[in-house]
Design a protein around this ligand. Structure first.
Ligand code: GDP
Ligand code: GDP
Length: 459
């Protein structure tokens, strides 16, 4: 049921370094054909709880002549065809090269799943290379430092749902549940799964906030959550299910596991249980107990979800026993604005996990948050907007020279990220960035979602 990951990319980007980190000493050579020995290496990889096979295409010098280029290509193609998932690596310090573009084209046509990784991204030297990588059209780049082991948990987060899919597919032989990645497509058709992806959700919050109760209520009773006999294993990383007609994948949270282990009812649920789930989720529901709202732990969890770039929905639970609802709601909104300014505009929904009240509104808020998180604003809209913003409130002029904001574009979604080209970016005060971010929220209807903004000087 395990899967195969191929690490591909031009020489010297760091493929072997990552391979060695994943494999340690558990190494095997794949290829014993004369002449190509050592071209492909295969190893048993371990990352978090995952076990899989990894293939490395290292062992080639930079292609300087025709034959070597051809060999590099054939080798990569072979690795790609052997793999379920390709990790395509570029060097963030160098940026995107023509050879990278060539490989990207090959992968777009040929690979089933591609994870784009910008390696050597430790420190700040890799930042512009990471941004350039968006232009490859292979989705959001993963920032990695193979040498320093940074970004490994993000890699794990990307692999887990895929691993899940492979596991499910292996289990269920029924073709209709199959994602069509293994289908033979026309050679120039992109091989990407076409099935609608389930929404990835995590419910996090303090112990006793009501997470288990909520999850059970969302999923229509204990059917799926009460243990192996009901169809899930205790160690399930995530469970795919239907939330009133919306396909979702619920990530491993304390709430889920607690139900699976009734014996350990009094187990102390640490915040870190929830933190892991945050990494895997697209939308994080931060569940707060109405009786003790916005405690230190709530704030930490919400802040972490924001920093991880997840869409956040605040759900205030146990509303059924709240005696003074109107006043309480007013207080909650005030505390929210004061204590979590970084989540300005995020939805706050009152619910009762116990009775199910408010869950429709929670579902609406989750879907809206997910939509906003994925939103794209056109470059022309952005630049018209930027002119207005600068006119309304010009940037400062340190030492008599006004900082010029020249041009702006959206570099990414999930969450939305924007690049502003400007003179003297290092002189632009934080308050001005905040002004722009808040303006983006208001003008383009992006409440609540984390927004990233990078100021760059023109190259
Ligand atoms: P390959 O040819 O793609 O397999 O690349 P290697 O794994 O042999 O790495 C090429 C060079 O990049 C080596 O000198 C590595 O030490 C270095 N390198 C690999 N990963 C990183 C990283 O994350 N950061 C930095 N700064 N250097 C790295
Ligand atoms: P968890 O630790 O976050 O998973 O919390 P649980 O789901 O185990 O709930 C903790 C306690 O709060 C239990 O006694 C639940 O019955 C209770 N509880 C959960 N949701 C509600 C609710 O909406 N209203 C009321 N009155 N009690 C609730």
């Amino acid at each position: 049921m395990s899967f195969t990951l191929a690490i591909v990319g031009r020489p010297n980007v760091g493929k072997s370094t990552l391979f060695n980190r994943l494999v340690g000493k558990r190494l095997a050579l794949v290829d014993d054909q004369p002449g190509v020995t050592r071209d492909l290496r295969e190893g048993a990889a371990r990352l978090g709880d995952l076990r899989f096979t990894v293939i490395d295409t290292a062992g080639l010098e930079e292609a300087t002549d025709e034959s070597l280029q051809g060999r590099m290509r054939r080798l990569t193609e072979r690795a790609v065809d052997m793999a379920d998932i390709c990790l395509f690596m570029i060097d963030a310090r160098v940026g995107v090269t023509p050879t990278d573009e060539f490989f990207a084209g090959l992968l777009r046509k040929r690979a089933k799943h591609v994870i784009l990784a910008a390696n050597k991204a430790e420190g700040r030297a890799g930042e512009s290379g990471v941004l350039e990588a968006y232009a490859l059209g292979l989705g959001d780049p993963l920032r990695l430092s193979a040498e320093h082991g940074e970004g490994m948990s993000d890699l794990l987060a990307l692999l887990m749902p895929l691993a899940d899919e492979f596991a499910e597919r292996a289990e269920a032989d029924a073709p209709e549940t199959d994602v069509d990645v293994s289908e033979d497509l026309a050679d120039d058709a992109p091989r990407v799964p076409t099935k609608a992806k389930p929404l990835q959700i995590a419910v996090v919050g303090r112990p006793n906030a009501g997470k288990s109760t909520l999850i059970n209520q969302m999923l229509g009773e204990e059917r799926l959550l009460t243990g192996p006999e009901a169809g899930i294993t205790r160690d399930a990383i995530s469970v795919q299910m239907d939330w009133d007609g919306v396909p979702i994948r619920m990530f491993d949270t304390a709430g889920m596991r607690k139900k699976a282990r009734v014996q350990e009812k009094l187990e102390k649920l640490s915040v870190s249980d929830g933190l892991r789930a945050v990494k895997f989720a697209e939308v994080v529901i931060v569940l707060i107990d109405a009786e003790i709202p916005f405690e230190q732990q709530d704030l930490r969890i919400a802040d972490l979800a924001e920093r991880e770039g997840r869409a956040v929905v605040l759900a205030v639970n146990k509303w059924d026993v709240e005696p003074n609802k109107q006043k309480k709601l007013k207080d909650l909104r005030e505390s929210f604005e004061r204590l979590l300014p970084q989540l300005r505009g995020a939805p706050l929904v009152t619910v009762s996990a116990k009775t199910g009240r408010g869950l429709n509104r929670l579902q609406e808020a989750v879907m809206k948050a997910h939509e906003v998180w994925n939103r794209r604003v056109t470059t022309s809209q952005l630049n018209r907007w930027l002119i207005d913003m600068v006119e309304a409130h010009p940037p400062p002029a340190p030492a008599g020279r006004r900082i010029k904001l020249r041009y702006m574009t959206q570099a990414k979604t999930r969450p939305p990220g924007f690049v502003v080209m400007c003179s003297m970016p290092e002189k632009l005060p934080e308050s001005y960035s905040r002004y722009l971010v808040n303006g983006l929220r208001d003008s383009f209807d992006m409440p609540g979602t984390p927004i990233r903004l990078w100021m760059r000087s023109q190259a």
